[in-house]
Design a protein around this ligand. Structure first.
Ligand code: SF4
Length: 272
């Protein structure tokens, strides 16, 4: 399969194939399956948005509105937030859809369940009276030996520098697995905060909004990384960067194939 030398925004090319910067999500995607990364981010083959992805984006956008509104001292009542939620739900359907709902009844159920989950967060103890230091904080970090910077946007930075990332999930997360699964993202946030402030955040937190019948809000606290953990992440960035710039894209079959939307394209792949 001929590989197109074209990168979207984050990976827009400054040389033929070299991205301008890397993000934790792009590197995680590349390491998970380099061929799926190619289909999604290089060839940019569009697929219908899954319901889970749509719900995750709507939750993220609504919590962003909620945190910004609180920060600015504006109206963050449930009514105001329900209006913001409805608007995000519809806008994201238009912008990133079509969403693969089975039918309109399913769509209505998804709408109602997502709003109930967001309400559970707004009613929870996770909404501190103390204002965060920043909302949607865009930062970068320079990794020695990496030819491009690493950039990311942290959902929330608490007053004590704790980095917080929101996740939506269908079931209660396993704490140890959650920490392991999101290590690349969280340690990157730590490195970005350290570069920006000179201080180490006291904790790297995930806040799960669990879309069960009775929604749950669960905070998973992960201690900041030591040098060995940071070195491990640094090495992953270097491996991914080298693989992308040398166009090393190949199938990596595994559990992820179960929900991969590029199985047809993948089955036609050969290394020519
Ligand atoms: S089907 Fe599996 S191996 Fe093929 S692109 Fe998707 S994730 Fe990769």
């Amino acid at each position: 399969m001929a590989l197109m030398k074209k990168f979207p925004s984050e990976a827009s090319s400054s040389s033929a194939i070299r991205p301008d910067y890397l993000s934790p999500s792009s590197v995680k995607s590349y390491l998970s399956c380099s061929l799926r990364f190619f289909f999604e981010r290089v060839a940019q083959i569009r697929k219908p948005t899954t319901v889970a992805l749509h719900v995750g984006k709507v939750i993220h956008a609504t919590l962003q509105s909620f945190n910004f509104t609180r920060w600015r001292g504006e109206d963050y009542s449930k009514d105001a937030m329900e209006t913001a939620f409805s608007s995000h739900f519809q806008e994201l359907e238009k912008l990133e859809g079509p969403v693969d709902y089975a039918d309109e009844e399913t769509r209505q159920k998804v709408l109602s369940c997502t709003w109930n989950t967001i309400k559970a967060y707004m009613d929870s103890d996770e909404v501190f009276s103390q204002m965060p230091l920043g909302v949607e904080v865009g930062l970068s970090a320079s990794i020695p030996g990496l030819p491009v910077p690493v950039r990311g946007v942290i959902d929330l930075v608490q007053h004590d520098l704790t980095a917080v990332d929101y996740k939506s999930a269908a079931a209660k997360p396993d704490t140890g697995h959650a920490a392991f699964d999101h290590e690349l993202q969280l340690v990157t946030y730590q490195m970005m905060i350290e570069e920006a402030t000179g201080d180490t955040p006291p904790s790297l937190d995930l806040i799960y909004l669990v879309k069960t019948k009775t929604p749950q809000v669960i905070r998973v606290k992960i201690p900041p990384a030591d040098n060995q953990r940071k070195q491990r992440i640094t090495d992953l960035y270097k491996i991914a960067c080298e693989g992308i710039t040398t166009e090393r894209f190949h199938p990596q079959p595994g559990m992820q194939c179960t929900w991969c939307q590029y199985r047809k394209e993948c089955s036609e792949w050969c290394n020519k």
